[in-house]
Ligand binder design. Structure first.
Ligand code: GLN
Length: 506
């Protein structure tokens, strides 16, 4: 065994490592070579320090615990705290921030022997669907460098798709694991809200955020989920619910499984995506599953509801970045004005208090990118007195209706099927100046976050210009085992997960 170790899925490498036919040192050296060659054009990682990484990799291979991920390099999105490593959420605002502790998911991966590669690129503060809002520049799609890898976990998905990591963690608030997984042709799972601890995740919208795996196939996804899932006393929203045997539960049969087919708006749904999803359904029927029509009556309100609740929570989570405690601080000594110094504004007196306010304002003005500012303004507006009832409160009510729709639907079916995204990967720059179009690319993923249910994206074919398409499966809360089983049975009867992007064949 040698040449292309990085191309193998984790479960095969584990067996080879256990049998002694694969030396983890060889694996990590090969991976470092790949990263050095390919990352400069892809930017899946924002920065890589090969020498430092090499030292860490060797130390882990020599002394790391011989657990379920021994010697396996896993990358993590730049919003997951890793002790002593710069963790920035791809924002200027957090440049230079080195967390004093690691996220629980990082500790759990390490306890199984994994080697952590930090700093997978992302949209700034996870606001976006293309990884173009990163302060450190966009990640390219490994299948077509003219296209986006999806977002916001675009670096994680691109790294896995191009063999720059064996697996990855991303985060999903409205689709940020599933949509980039679909765009890059890999598997991505958003767990049930509360299934995975969020301790050490830099918050975007705390009632929606979840951490989950992005992997080459469903078995690896089940493996990583079983490592990171479970109650954590450090996160009061993590659930004490028992963790199932996700890997052991995988089986190729779908006999008797009821697949829910919801009616949803197909406005903007690309014809090729519709066709691939239609073909995937036929495969599911062939495997023994049977269709059930279900209604999700409020699902078309998902985007509007999400952009009220998510921005409200984001504006309050981002209030802490004031230049005092974390990361970036604007240089002092420029204007002292607490307000703009444009025409007609009188400069306030240069008191210490005014200077402090001016520092906060300049820090936030310079530290946040455009999309982050847009979200802060929207969120502050919907929470403001006078608009709170009309927007935020109403948003919460519609969210409850969406959740009730899922409760009803799951009385009649085991798993719901939808496309992951209405289109395949779009071109870099195509939607950057049109936030609404960008937001619409999450039209099928957002409802799972609002309802707190788990959902996975698996590759289900390609468009005529060779862009991968994702099939999305959703299950009831804490039914990840069922979800993964259906995803596995589907995957095993297809070849899509074996089709590598051109870049990883060079
Ligand atoms: N694209 C969505 C947004 O911009 C979802 C992001 C996410 O899941 N982090 O809010």
């Amino acid at each position: 065994m040698s040449e292309s170790l990085c191309r193998l899925p984790i479960h095969q490498l584990r067996q080879a490592i256990e049998r002694g036919t694969c030396d983890p040192r060889e694996l990590v050296h090969q991976l470092l070579d790949h990263i050095t060659q390919r990352n400069p054009s892809l930017s899946a990682y924002m920065t890589v320090d090969p020498e430092r990484l090499k030292r860490q990799l060797e130390e882990r291979v020599q002394h790391g615990p011989r657990g379920r991920l021994f010697g396996i390099p896993i990358t993590v999105k730049d919003n997951l705290c890793v002790t002593g490593e710069e963790t920035t959420c791809a924002s200027r605002m957090l440049t230079g921030f080195r967390p004093p502790y690691s996220a629980t998911v990082i500790e759990r991966l390490r306890a199984e022997g994994a080697i952590i590669i930090p700093r997978a690129n992302m949209d700034e503060f996870a606001f976006g669907s293309s990884t173009e809002t990163s302060h450190f520049g966009p990640t390219k799609n490994p299948r077509d460098p003219e296209r986006v890898p999806g977002g916001s976990s675009g670096g994680s998905a691109a790294a896995v798709a191009s063999d720059l990591a064996l697996g990855a963690l991303g985060t999903d608030t409205g689709g940020s694991i599933r949509q980039p997984a679909a765009f890059c042709g890999v598997v991505g799972l958003k767990p049930t809200y509360g299934r995975v601890s969020r301790y050490g995740l830099i918050a975007f919208a705390s009632s929606l955020d979840q951490i989950g795996p992005i992997t080459k196939d469903v078995t690896d996804c089940a493996l990583l989920l079983s490592v990171i899932a479970g109650h954590d006393p450090k996160d009061s929203t993590s659930a004490p619910t028992k963790v199932d045997d996700y890997v052991g539960g995988l089986s190729p049969s779908l006999q008797g499984v009821r697949i829910g087919l919801p009616a949803f708006s197909d406005k903007g749904l690309d014809e090729m995506v519709r066709e691939r999803v239609g073909e995937a359904l036929k495969t599911l029927w062939r495997l023994g599953a049977r269709p059930v029509e279900v209604a999700l009556p409020h699902i078309d309100q998902s985007i509007a509801t999400y952009y009220i609740i998510a921005t409200a929570e984001a504006s309050s989570n981002l209030a802490r970045y004031d230049g005092v405690q974390y990361g970036y601080r604007a240089q002092e000594g420029k204007g002292q004005g607490a307000r703009g110094e444009g025409e007609g504004s009188r400069s306030p007196k240069p008191t210490a208090q005014n200077a402090l306010i001016a520092m906060y304002q300049r820090t936030r003005q310079e530290g946040f990118g455009e999309e982050a500012k847009r979200r802060i303004i929207l969120g502050t507006y919907v929470l403001s007195r006078g608009y709170y009832d009309a927007y935020y409160l109403k948003g919460l009510k519609v969210r409850t209706l969406i959740k009730q729709g899922f409760d009803e639907a799951f009385k009649r079916c085991d798993v719901i099927v939808m496309p992951t995204s209405p289109t395949a990967a779009f071109r870099l720059g195509e939607k950057l100046d049109d936030p609404l179009q960008m937001y619409l690319s999450d039209i099928y993923t957002i409802s799972a976050n609002l309802a707190g249910v788990p959902a996975v994206s698996v590759p289900c074919g390609f468009t005529s210009n060779d862009q991968p398409v994702g099939l999305q499966l959703l299950a009831n809360t804490f039914e990840e085992a069922k979800l993964l089983q259906v995803a596995y049975a589907y995957e095993q009867s297809t070849e899509w997960h074996h089709r590598k992007p051109v870049i990883s064949e060079q």
